[in-house]
Write a protein that binds this ligand. Structure first.
Ligand SMILES: [Zn+2]
Ligand SMILES: [Zn+2]
Length: 144
């Protein structure tokens, strides 16, 4: 069960970084290039579950796109992810790679309260050390 959720999250993260709709054949190719460990055979069923959760839209033979809810959920996770990376790099002197690895797993389980505390500690950064923008997610800030 946990594994399935991991794969759904991975796919959601990919679609978020891709920034536009993508056809399933291209998606498979990109994931291969990216070496993302999503088994080929599972991609269709993962996408169907994301459709059921209203996180993506997908018509057969058409492109897959994130819904607003999917966009929001992915942005929220990115916010946690990058703030954690910065925190680990700044306070524990982890390398970017180490910080990334740790943060990816923690990002979806750490509370928004904790993330907001980290955000304040880091003086509300707009950009991560990896140079990506840190999405401002009202839901995350409000929850803290
Ligand atoms: Zn980052
Ligand atoms: Zn949050």
């Amino acid at each position: 069960m946990k594994r399935r959720i991991d794969l759904e999250e991975k796919l959601l993260d990919f679609l978020y970084s891709w920034l536009r709709p993508i056809r399933i054949g291209d998606l498979k190719k990109e994931l291969e290039k990216d070496n993302t460990a999503i088994p080929h055979s599972s991609i269709n069923s993962i996408i169907k579950r994301l459709v059921d959760d209203e996180l993506v839209t997908w018509q057969k033979y058409g492109p897959i796109s994130l819904t607003q809810k999917g966009q929001q959920q992915a942005a929220h996770k990115q916010r946690h992810f990058h703030l954690l990376i910065m925190f680990f790099m700044d306070t524990l002197n982890l390398s970017h790679l180490e910080a990334k690895k740790e943060s990816y797993t923690i990002a979806s389980v750490i509370s928004c309260t904790m993330i907001e505390q980290i955000n304040r500690e880091l003086n509300n950064p707009q950009k991560c050390h990896c140079n990506e923008a840190i999405p401002r997610v009202e839901e995350c800030i409000a929850r803290s």
